[in-house]
Design a protein around this ligand. Structure first.
Ligand code: VGL
Ligand code: ZN
Length: 196
């Protein structure tokens, strides 16, 4: 069984949003068209409380700078995807009716969560692994935003958990901070993820 995992196609990651990814809105028609080819469709939604630890404003710091948190280095982001705001809503052309399940992540005020499987402490699970397993789903295709953060971290965790993993890069867009896109693609290829 195969699932399409659609990462964070939300207003704040699309042009005009608080953490806009170039061309973030261009991938949506293609993602909608791909959905019927899968046994299950999973959507993820970045869903932060106000004052989240990953926000630069929480530390009086400049957005896109980096700090050390108890679980490791953390890039500091503009305030984005705050629970219940328009920015956190799915970008409207996305076919959310096709979703079998929606996973919200980044809800812990102290820990960021790029991956759909684990928070950035690498150990607190979201429950997605169990959901897929009990449904007999072993093959995962990732699309969405952003290639170099939430898509890459999700795909790498999935591979580590033993799923068969591919990333459809033409249906992803990247933030690309200091070469982060090239290094994410490289890391995914080294992990033997199918990057197509
Ligand atoms: C993301 C940075 C912060 C993403 C989420 O969806 O890639 N990036 N929060
Ligand atoms: Zn976030």
């Amino acid at each position: 069984m195969r699932a399409l995992i659609v990462i964070d196609v939300q207003n704040d990651f699309c042009p005009g949003g608080q953490l806009a990814v170039n061309g973030g809105d261009e991938i949506i028609d293609g993602i909608n068209a791909l959905m019927p080819e899968f046994d299950a469709v999973v959507l993820t939604q970045d869903w932060h409380p106000k004052g989240h630890n990953s926000f630069a404003t929480s530390h009086g710091a400049t957005p896109f700078s980096s700090i050390e948190l108890p679980y490791g280095p953390q890039t500091l982001w503009p305030d984005h995807c705050i629970q219940g705001t328009t920015g956190a809503a799915f970008h409207s052309p996305l076919n959310t009716d096709a979703a079998d399940v929606i996973i919200r992540k980044g809800t812990n005020p102290a820990i960021d969560s790029y991956s759909a499987f684990f928070e950035n402490d690498q150990e607190t699970p979201t429950g997605l692994e169990g959901w897929l397993e009990v449904r007999g789903i072993g093959e995962l295709t990732f699309v969405g935003l952003a290639t170099d953060y939430c898509v890459a971290w999700s795909a790498l965790d999935a591979k580590r958990l033993g799923f068969d993993v591919s990333v459809q890069t033409e249906l992803c867009r990247a933030i690309d901070l200091d070469g982060s896109l090239a290094s994410a693609i490289d890391t995914m290829r080294q992990a033997e993820i199918k990057v197509v």
